[in-house]
Design a protein around this ligand. Structure first.
Ligand code: FMN
Length: 192
């Protein structure tokens, strides 16, 4: 028996990343859970921000942003960036976290984050409570220590990214690997 819960903005789980805009001299960043890759060619990411976010104002100055993956061990810093409005506070100075220049876009990257996407905003869609930014991912960076044996992609166990659980409002880290994707499903429906 299922209980009807009505319209919901919850999906379990969600990512928890830091989105950064502005310049290396004047940047702001905030925690974002409502985001996800939405196209491959060219690669694009969708990010939903409330219109009141100071980070959105900083993003609009250059039309660029970075998406920065936070290690699970750094959960307190991500939460700080998610509970502190940056209009009158320099969250970087307060937290001790630092910026590094991007290679392609103006918005800087967050140096303490092991995986970073450089993005250029291509669409801004007004959704009422939120503005949906669609941004092209024009470059990506990973610390060598979080790369797998191919050297081309992240080892998610080493990356150890944060996950956000809406509703209960808690952070978690990923669990163990279950199976190979695009593969385990081949066993379904076969006999024996
Ligand atoms: C776990 C977590 C996830 C969040 N996700 C979003 C989000 O997806 N979109 C959004 O607009 N705000 C989100 N927030 C709230 C902003 O991070 C928060 O309001 C922040 O203080 C805004 O800072 P700013 O005004 O300096 O941009 C989230 C906060 C937390 C703690």
């Amino acid at each position: 028996m299922k209980k009807r819960l009505g319209p919901s903005d919850r999906l379990y789980p969600m990512p928890a990343v830091l989105v950064c805009g502005g310049t290396i001299e004047d940047a702001d960043a905030c925690a974002v859970a409502w985001c996800g890759i939405c196209a491959t060619n060219p690669p694009r990411i969708a990010i939903a921000l409330r219109g009141s976010r100071h980070t959105l104002e900083r993003i609009r100055t250059s039309g660029t942003l970075t998406v920065n993956t936070v290690r699970a061990d750094d959960v307190a810093v991500l939460d700080y960036f998610g509970i502190t409005p940056g209009k009158d506070i320099d969250k970087f100075a307060a937290s001790g976290w630092t910026l590094e220049p991007s290679v392609v876009v103006e918005a800087p990257r967050i140096a303490e984050c092991p995986y970073q996407l450089e993005c250029r905003v291509t669409h801004e869609i007004e959704l009422g409570s939120h503005v949906l930014l669609i941004a092209e991912v024009v470059e990506s960076h990973a610390e060598e220590a979080v790369l797998d044996e191919t050297g081309e992609k992240c080892d998610v166990g080493t990356l150890d990214p944060l996950v956000y659980i809406a509703g209960s409002r808690e952070y978690r880290r990923l669990g163990e690997k279950l199976a190979d994707a695009y593969s385990i499903g081949r066993s379904v429906g076969r006999e024996g």
